[in-house]
Design a binder for this molecule. Structure first.
Ligand code: IMP
Ligand code: MG
Length: 183
């Protein structure tokens, strides 16, 4: 086990607590308007989206249902394997429901693409994808989420739910991890 002051491993802060809060409030207001009469089923992709998801649901002022799914795409490292495996499935049937998938970050876009296809096969009434961060330089634009918090450069970021090897999730801001931490 590594004992460290996590703050020392951060190269720069991309988004402060206040910036995140204000953007999540905007996204919440947008979804509230869109889903007011739809009783949406909001899906959290564990674990990275957990902070974003709970804050977003709190900002959605409508009747909604929460459920969780866990997939693995990265293992413990910083490189995408391209393989998405379901570790914990939803508890609820989504057939006929309006589904909102909440993801932390889009890198290659493979995780969200696979998950969207998988959940579509269960015949929901509609599916929307929402991601907090988008490394837009890393994928074609057609793979982007329907709704995105912030577009970011191609850097490895942690905090506000995002991890490196399971750590740094509890940092209240989103920061770029120093390269020497993972190289
Ligand atoms: P994709 O399938 O390549 O789009 O990767 C998406 C997943 O990789 C996310 O759900 C994250 O768990 C992880 N990921 C990608 N980039 C980062 C990053 O910069 N920091 C932390 N996790 C990341
Ligand atoms: Mg992750």
């Amino acid at each position: 086990m590594r004992i460290t002051n996590e703050q020392n491993d951060i190269q720069s802060i991309l988004f402060s607590e206040e910036q995140i809060r204000s953007r999540v409030a905007e996204l919440g207001a947008q979804l509230t308007a869109e889903y007011a009469d739809k009783n949406p089923l909001v899906v959290c992709i564990l674990k990275g989206a957990s902070f974003f998801y709970t804050d977003l649901c709190r900002m959605m002022k409508c009747h909604l249902f929460m459920d969780f799914i866990a997939v693995s795409s990265y293992g413990a490292g910083a490189q995408s394997s391209g393989v998405v495996r379901i570790i914990k499935d939803l508890d609820t049937s989504i057939t006929g429901r309006h589904v909102i998938i909440v993801e932390d970050i889009i890198d290659s876009g493979l995780t969200l693409k696979h998950l969207r296809e998988l959940l579509s096969s269960r015949k929901p009434a509609s599916i929307k994808t929402v991601c907090l961060l988008d490394k837009h330089e890393r994928h074609d634009s057609h793979i982007a989420a329907d709704l995105c918090g912030f577009r970011i450069p191609d850097e490895f970021v942690v905090g506000y739910g995002l991890d490196y090897a399971g750590y740094y999730r509890n940092l209240p801001y989103i920061g770029v991890l120093k390269h020497e931490v993972y190289e």
